[in-house]
Design a protein. Structure first.
Length: 95
């Protein structure tokens, strides 16, 4: 009975139906966008004359930068809230 009462008194329950699919779509777009450049590394190698070690270093810098950003910016949503943090992440990804 207590669980049912909680479900009926939960504020904003009407808008929660689209919250999970929306967030899932946002995450999918961000992940897809972060991997779009990977197949282009071969083009960069040919066009700019990069060696294999240069491509490896470029990818390593990307991975380390991504890890650092996740570790340092992970608590932003705790400070400003999930919605503003998600919106900011989407805007940065668009740019």
């Amino acid at each position: 009975m207590a669980i049912r009462d909680f479900a009926h008194t939960h504020e904003g329950a009407g808008g929660d139906a689209l919250a999970i699919p929306t967030v899932a779509a946002m995450i999918a777009v961000l992940f897809a966008g972060s991997t779009v450049l990977t197949p282009l590394y071969i083009v960069y190698k040919q066009q700019f004359g990069f060696s294999q070690i240069t491509l490896t270093l470029i990818y390593a810098v990307y991975v380390v930068s991504n890890l650092a950003a996740l570790l340092m910016l992970g608590s932003v949503s705790d400070i400003v809230g999930r919605r503003p943090a998600s919106l900011a992440a989407m805007l940065v990804a668009i740019v």
